[in-house]
Design a protein around this ligand. Structure first.
Ligand code: TYM
Length: 321
């Protein structure tokens, strides 16, 4: 059972990334697991190269600070050659309709001029990320489930059409924190690429910034906490965040708090304490670029070596090389 997952440096890592994904990567990690910064995925919409490079370094530091062993992390572009080759093979295995059906493509391309072709094809690159390294489990939040399904479809199709090469991957969703919502607009998910950051808690935010954002979280006109995700999504989001940080269940936690104010305070303190070691650890690592560079080089070598034989087999079976 090898696990693999990635995070895209399209912005600073936020609380949803941590609760929905990263903390499980750290907690459940086995020696052969791999976690990476998917910087090639951050170029599918307009981007700034210098900012992208800086965010990639920052995210690598956060992954290590969150407790993932430095032996299990890498940066995607460091194995761009291998991934580029496998992406092409998988694009030749995927139909246009399958790519165009992806929800993220539909959402992000809607009403946009000059949509990059890579926005359509990036789930195929994501399939290459997963299939190159032979991962059997892919721990992700709910929003990435459809992309993992596509990787399964492509693996199955390749294996039955050309020959067995790829392991069938499976998405593994967290029991809580699978979809943390924006604090200012609980109808949408918390996102690191959101233009308006008032409702987004970043893992490197200072404690007082976190407290302020949670205090201002949008709720409703009621005053006694109860867990009703449909009718009271803002409140339910706070309860889910607190439950994910402390290990309780949202309905039980609602019953323990008499007012919205008390609940917000408890949530803020739980989030501050959950993120403290990440912020402190990442800031210390970012002051040591030589160490980060060493980790990055070793990770790239490991990831490339892991995928080499699968890429060679896939090329041979599809009729190339
Ligand atoms: P990305 O960078 O959007 O998100 C990284 C991880 O965080 C989860 N996540 C959330 N979970 C709960 N609540 C939220 N509000 C929230 N926002 C994000 C995501 O589900 C994800 O698990 N394309 C991927 C990265 C990727 C990848 C891969 C993942 C590239 N190649 C191969 C797995 C396997 C992405 O952009 O994730």
């Amino acid at each position: 059972m090898t696990r693999l997952s990635g995070i895209t440096p399209s912005g600073h890592i936020q609380l949803g990334n941590h609760l929905g994904a990263i903390r499980r990567w750290a907690a459940e990690g086995k020696p052969e697991d791999l976690y990476f910064v998917s910087d090639l995925h951050a170029m599918t919409t307009s981007h700034n190269p210098a900012r992208l490079r800086s965010l990639a370094g920052e995210q690598l530091a956060v992954l290590i600070a969150s407790g993932i062993s430095p032996d299990r992390v890498f940066v995607q572009s460091d194995i761009a050659r291998e991934l580029g080759a496998l992406t092409w093979i998988l694009e030749c295995t995927c139909s246009y309709g399958e790519a165009a059906r992806m929800i993220q493509f539909k959402e992000k391309s809607k009403g946009q001029a000059g949509v990059r072709l890579s926005l359509l094809t990036y789930p195929v690159l994501m399939a290459a990320d997963i299939l190159l390294t032979g991962a059997s489990e892919v721990p992700v939040g709910e929003d990435q489930r459809q992309h993992v399904e596509l990787a399964r479809t492509l693996a199955r199709r390749f294996n039955t059409t050309y020959g067995e090469v790829f392991t069938m991957p499976e998405a593994v969703l967290p029991p809580s924190g699978a979809r943390v919502r924006d604090l200012a607009d609980p109808t949408r998910k918390m996102s690191k690429s959101n233009q308006d950051s008032a409702g987004v808690v970043f893992v490197l935010d200072e404690p007082d910034q976190i407290r302020r954002k949670i205090k201002r979280a949008v709720t409703d006109g009621l005053s006694v906490p109860a867990y009703e995700p449909e009718e009271r999504p803002g409140l339910a989001n706070l309860l889910e965040i607190l439950a994910a940080c402390t290990g309780g269940d949202p309905a039980g936690i609602a019953a323990e708090h008499k007012s919205y104010g008390a609940l917000k305070e408890a949530t803020a303190e739980a989030v501050v304490e959950t993120l403290r070691p990440l912020r402190e650890g990442a800031n210390a690592l970012l002051k040591d670029p030589a160490e980060l560079d060493r980790v990055r080089k070793a990770g790239a070598a490991r990831a490339a070596e892991r995928g080499e034989h699968r890429l060679q087999s896939a090329l041979r079976l599809i009729g190339a090389g």
